[in-house]
Design a protein around this ligand. Structure first.
Ligand SMILES: Nc1ncnc2c1ncn2[C@@H]1O[C@H](COP(=O)(O)OP(=O)(O)OP(=O)(O)O)[C@@H](O)[C@H]1O
Length: 300
């Protein structure tokens, strides 16, 4: 069952459209990613879902409710991560948790929540003295304190070191295991690939693609990347006609081909036929990074 339904949403600032006819549905229990370059319209889209912005056109439903007309109801269903600037630097972790718990009719018990998020030792620490990772964990705690069915996390791991980012990923998986649906806005392909069940790629206010991370990789770039330095120029060899070669690129004497396993064999056979050796031959799986660039370039 879809817990969030977004249908034909448009939102312009002045005459410039930021979100230009976006539709998608988030199923209950999934981690749904929104991925896109800077200024693509990701935050505007989630702010419309949160009821913080009013769309110019289109319909949004959160568990059947309109985020603007039924704002109180939606606030109970949907927990949103707070922006850093919204917390007082002198507030302690305990005070922040108790204060935010008081906003909700049926809040979670914040003590076990703080323990679960690794903040048990930090209850008396002021917000300003927390590390970046600890602040992010506090934001997750505050987003969860109202016992929401959906939590919206917008660029949660930006600015975190790799270890803190991985710890945060583990927490997000833990949140989903507890039955909460997660809507995750991110810039990090690795994050989307690792966490998300499905990803909507937004570019210039529109959905460029919506699929599982592996579906996006397959569809966009060709899932196998072959690169090598040929022992002689390839001038006369038509690599682009190889079976399922989605893209062929030559840079500084190194050739990169996106294709499939079948392409790997075909490249080697073709080179052998022309008595060319492939030096430093590398075969790797495409990443969501490749797919993202491909999808967003395609709509450029
Ligand atoms: N309050 C506002 N007033 C005017 N223009 C805005 C406003 N908020 C966003 N925009 C513009 O709308 C477009 C989409 O912005 P939005 O913040 O939704 O993108 P984003 O995908 O979240 O970007 P980023 O990844 O950089 O956070 C951008 O061109 C931005 O400059």
């Amino acid at each position: 069952m879809a817990i969030i339904e977004v249908t034909g949403v448009r939102k312009a600032y002045g005459r410039r459209p930021a979100v230009d006819g976006v539709s998608f549905a988030v199923e209950e229990g999934e981690i749904f990613g929104i991925l896109g370059p800077n200024g693509a319209g990701k935050t505007t889209t989630v702010e419309c879902i949160e009821g913080l912005r009013v769309p110019d056109a289109g319909v949004i439903r959160v568990a059947g409710h309109d985020p603007v007309a039924d704002h109180d109801e939606v606030t109970r269903i949907l927990g949103a991560q707070l922006q850093e600037s919204e917390l007082q630097p002198k507030l302690t972790v305990r005070e922040a948790l108790a204060l935010y718990a008081a906003f909700y009719p049926n809040p979670a018990d914040w003590r076990p929540l703080a323990e679960r998020l690794g903040l048990g030792e930090k209850l008396n620490t002021r917000f300003a003295k927390l590390s970046g990772g600890q602040k992010q964990r506090l934001f997750i705690a505050l987003a969860l304190i109202g016992n929401p069915r959906v939590v919206v996390l917008d660029e949660l791991t930006t600015g975190l070191d790799p270890r803190a980012r991985r710890d945060t990923w583990a927490l997000i998986e833990d949140v989903r295991r507890s039955g909460v649906t997660v809507l995750l806005v991110t810039h990090f392909m690795e994050e989307a690939q690792r966490l998300c069940d499905r990803v909507a790629v937004i570019d210039k206010g529109r959905i460029a693609a919506l699929d599982t991370p592996s579906g996006l990789i397959r569809r966009a770039a060709g899932s196998t990347v072959i690169s090598f330095t040929p022992s002689a120029p390839l001038d006369d060899i038509a690599l682009t006609e190889l079976p399922q070669a989605a893209a062929v690129e030559e840079k500084h004497g190194r050739v990169t081909i996106h294709g499939t396993d079948e392409t790997v064999n075909a490249v080697i056979t073709l080179l052998a036929r022309h008595h060319i050796t492939a030096h430093q031959l590398r075969v790797s799986e495409a990443t969501l990074d490749d797919a993202f660039l491909d999808l967003t370039e395609a709509s450029a």
